[in-house]
Design a protein around this ligand. Structure first.
Ligand code: PLP
Length: 363
């Protein structure tokens, strides 16, 4: 058996007629930049998430930049975040010449541990940036309470978690600003790069919309130093179609996760843990095994692809050597990054594929 990790071609075939029609509608109108589909997507995202403002943009990375620029993050400001995430989370902080301040993760959820945040707050701290890793929001109650106590902003990096919830609210509603990514392999992906910024604050929304178009207030008049951060009309058309099916896709991902959990229990591996207050968008189903390299090699030989998110924590990355942190500084993150391994995850993983994967993991 050869298993496909994300089944992107399969999904395209499933929605081909609708997607092709939507793409041709854009081609026929040739409204490639800020066409009708952009506004339609933003309205659809608002309806789906229950947020007041959804602002599409060029990627999940640019969504983080727009969020921090809207909050006026300045050089030398400090932003508390997790070292166990994709590089973009801390890279965008550093790109704005602010300082990423890492805090270790919770050993069960792998998300930012709120009990360790307060020790890292200084007079320069401006915001906390939790990441909803693998699709599950961090403990936003704990994080928001600390932010409120110290007058800090919260930016949720929800690149992996569109449609997840915490205390019944979608993760786009958490914090002052929440972001997501429509990178193709994300739970809600487009056919290239795309992303969105969410907020319930009118002033921030206006500023983000302006920053996305070079800080423009009206044509060729620029109130802020902004960026070229628009999402292409074509990509919005794709997400508009996929969003119609997304509630069903999320439910299917949830089913796949449940089935994995059922067959993998008692196999001497650590399974994903979901906080009772949260639901996950299941961007990944990640397990921990002590002999990861061996397991990955043997699974690969049986046609089972796996991935590691992420093998090298951010505080150990060369680009962050200037922060002066080293091995042992965030022990839980380091332990998890040595053991973690993601299994094929998408809404369409078949029962026989799950059984096959479980059988080879056991052996
Ligand atoms: C946690 C996290 N933040 C940010 C990003 C950046 O998103 P994009 O690839 O759309 O720029 C990603 C994408 O992988 C991510 O996983």
């Amino acid at each position: 058996m050869q298993i496909d990790f994300a089944k992107l071609q399969y999904q395209y075939q499933l929605y081909k007629t609708e997607i092709d029609e939507a793409l041709h509608a854009v081609l026929d109108k040739s409204n490639y930049i800020m066409g009708d589909e952009v506004r339609e997507l933003e309205e659809n995202l608002q309806t789906f998430t229950g947020t007041k403002h959804a602002i599409s943009c060029s990627s999940g990375t640019d969504a983080l930049l727009l969020a921090m620029m809207a909050l006026d993050i300045q050089p030398d400001d400090e932003i508390i975040t997790t070292p166990f995430t994709f590089i973009a989370t801390a890279e965008t902080i550093a790109f704005l010449k602010a300082k990423p301040v890492f805090v270790d993760i919770d050993e069960k959820t792998y998300n930012l541990d709120p009990t360790k945040i307060e020790d890292k707050i200084t007079s320069k701290t401006k915001a906390i940036m939790p990441v909803s890793l693998y699709g599950q929001p961090a403990d936003i109650e704990g994080i928001q309470a600390i932010a409120d106590k110290h007058g800090l902003k919260v930016i949720v990096d929800g690149a992996q978690s569109f449609g997840s919830t915490f205390n019944g609210k979608t993760d786009s509603n958490l914090g002052d600003i929440s972001t997501t990514s429509f990178f193709p392999a994300k739970p809600l992906g487009c056919f290239g790069d795309g992303g969105a910024v969410f907020t319930n604050n009118d002033t921030l929304a206006q500023k983000i919309k302006s920053l996305r178009v070079h800080g423009q207030s009206k044509r060729y008049h620029h109130q802020y130093v902004g960026m070229g951060g628009r999402m292409d009309t074509i990509q919005c058309a794709v997400v508009n179609v996929k969003l119609k099916h997304y509630a069903k896709d999320l439910a299917l991902r949830q089913e796949v996760a449940k089935k994995y959990t059922k067959v993998l229990k008692e196999k001497n591996i650590i399974l994903p843990f979901i906080n009772k207050k949260a639901t996950s968008a299941w961007a990944q189903y990640s397990i921990r095994v002590q002999n990861r390299d061996e397991v990955q090699t043997k699974l690969k030989a049986q046609g089972i692809p796996t991935a590691v998110h992420y093998p090298l924590p951010l505080h150990l990355q060369e680009c962050f050597a200037y922060l002066g942190q080293g091995k042992g500084d965030f022990p839980i993150c380091e332990l998890v990054s040595n053991e973690i391994m993601s299994l094929p995850m998408n809404p369409y993983v078949e029962n026989d594929e799950i059984a096959y994967i479980a059988q080879h993991i056991s052996s």
